[in-house]
Ligand binder design. Structure first.
Ligand SMILES: [Zn+2]
Ligand SMILES: [Zn+2]
Ligand SMILES: [Zn+2]
Length: 471
């Protein structure tokens, strides 16, 4: 849009809004969702209730509010759907991870002394792909340098001497699409959650074993973790997990230091062993009566980290996990919604490019029905149907708690005269009214108001930082 000439429709909407609700009351009404691209509109009654007596202190219908609805941010973690909400999700994810590393938000600071690991678990190879790897000194290696490279049955020489740029489209693409085992990869994606679950069980068994060997009751220690899933460029899922050893009083949720005899070396061995040994066979399938053998790739990386020692490294790990929690599938050029018979015909192509073949593999193998139907349900995610961020209870706080804290804060900003927050609860009877802003003018004004508010907060933070560094 040109800044000097506004579309006539937009001008009409701006005028209409100022004549009905007025811009200022409307902007303060939508403040909580202003940065969102596609807020949810809710209609109904909001009751303020005294928590102890149950007495209704006040009742308000959204009918009395601007547009007769309240606006709620969409809360997506996907930047392609809503950049602002994805940022908020990422921010929350960062604090979730971080408080489990450094203490705070209900986690004791003593966790910084617990043994901790940063673990990366990847899928095995399903065929050679173009890669970008660095040497120890940070130089880019040739992709696949083989002087005596084989030529596959499709006439493709399985070598590549290019040093690929970071964002080269070739990275993750098979050297030969026809040799690549697309079936095995999507089956691995769909089975990866189960592989992780079994690995966790084996890690717990291994921990119990080493605890006993050290004369420690297995019930007095527990591993807690937070895990994120990420798509590699080839479209296979992989996992990063932070794992922390806690002491435990059976029957109590408190986080206490573990016995000193179990150090990070011992835990790292337990995890590496479980990752190397965990494997299982899928159910049979018409395409492969013996099923597929599911196990981790050879690039299992188990790194010990110091939770409290180095502020930078712990922020790095937390930021890393939080970043991947939002990155999701956006790097692989996946599709945004579930496929139907009609859309599958458009996206799935067993003769097409890498992604089209993966989607085709999901669709075709999923036709078998039974448990395999998951492959169709998650075809748009290349078979992966799990959560992108999961954490053990008690790693730290929860997304819900952070959202509540934020909602509370926004309410406090709006109702300074309200009674102390701990005595009242809001009981809402709301129903869905629709999604999105009513007009382009509303969307524009809401997003610029949110941008101004962000700027103000940034300026306030900078001013505070300056004050703090003055003494
Ligand atoms: Zn949003
Ligand atoms: Zn290459
Ligand atoms: Zn080939």
């Amino acid at each position: 849009m040109d800044s000097t000439t506004l579309a006539p429709g937009l001008v009409a909407d701006i005028i209409a809004r100022s004549e009905t609700t007025g811009w200022e009351p409307w902007l303060s009404h939508v403040a909580g969702a202003a940065g969102c691209s596609a807020p949810v509109r809710l209609r109904g009654d909001l009751h303020t209730v005294n928590e102890t007596t149950g007495q209704i202190l006040s009742a308000r219908s959204t009918d009395t509010m601007p547009d007769r609805v309240i606006y709620k941010a969409c809360g997506t973690r996907r930047a392609s759907l809503c950049p602002t909400c994805a940022k908020t999700y990422q921010h929350d994810a960062f604090h979730l991870v971080r408080s489990g590393m450094t203490g705070g938000k209900g986690v004791p600071e003593s966790v910084t002394a617990h043994p901790a690991l940063f673990v990366t678990l990847t899928a095995p190879a399903f065929g050679p792909v173009h890669t970008r790897a660095l040497t120890a000194s940070g130089k880019v290696r040739p992709c696949r340098a083989r002087r005596d490279a084989d030529t596959c049955s499709h006439g493709v020489r399985l070598a590549c001497h290019t040093r690929h740029d970071e964002d080269a489209a070739a990275i993750g693409q098979p050297l030969c699409l026809d040799c690549y085992d697309h079936d095995a990869q999507v089956v691995w994606n769909v089975a990866s959650g189960e592989l992780w679950r079994r690995t966790r069980i084996n890690i717990d068994r291994g921990l119990a074993r080493v605890a006993k060997a050290h004369g420690i009751a297995p019930a007095s220690v527990r591993l807690r973790y937070v895990k994120v899933a990420e798509f590699q460029r080839r479209g296979a899922i992989h996992f990063h997990a932070l794992i922390r050893l806690d002491g435990r009083i059976p029957g109590d949720d408190a986080i206490i230091p573990p016995p000193a005899a179990l150090d990070a070396d011992i835990i790292a061995n337990v995890v590496a062993e479980a990752a190397a040994s965990t494997r299982f066979r899928t159910d049979e399938h018409d395409e492969r009566p013996e099923g597929w053998l599911i196990h981790w790739g050879s690039q299992v990386d188990v790194r010990q980290i110091e939770l409290g020692d180095d502020e930078l490294s712990e922020n790095h790990a937390a930021g890393y996990l939080a970043k991947y929690a939002t990155k999701a599938t956006e790097d692989t050029g996946h599709l945004s919604g579930r496929l139907t018979e009609a859309t599958a015909a458009v996206y799935a192509d067993p003769e097409g490019d890498h992604i089209a073949r993966l989607i085709a593999a999901c669709w075709d193998l999923g036709a078998e029905g039974g448990e395999w139907i998951k492959l169709r349900r998650w075809a748009h995610m290349l078979g992966f149907g799990g959560h992108f961020m999961t954490k053990a209870r008690a790693w730290s706080t929860t997304f819900g708690a952070l959202r509540d804290a934020r909602a509370q804060w926004i309410r406090c900003q709006q109702e300074v005269d309200a009674e102390p927050a701990e005595t009242i609860v809001l009981v809402n009877y709301l129903r869905y009214d629709g999604t999105g802003w009513h007009t382009e003018a509303d969307a524009l004004m809401a997003s610029s108001a949110a941008a101004r508010a962000r700027e103000q907060r940034q300026l306030a933070r900078e001013a505070l930082d300056e004050l703090n560094t003055m003494d």
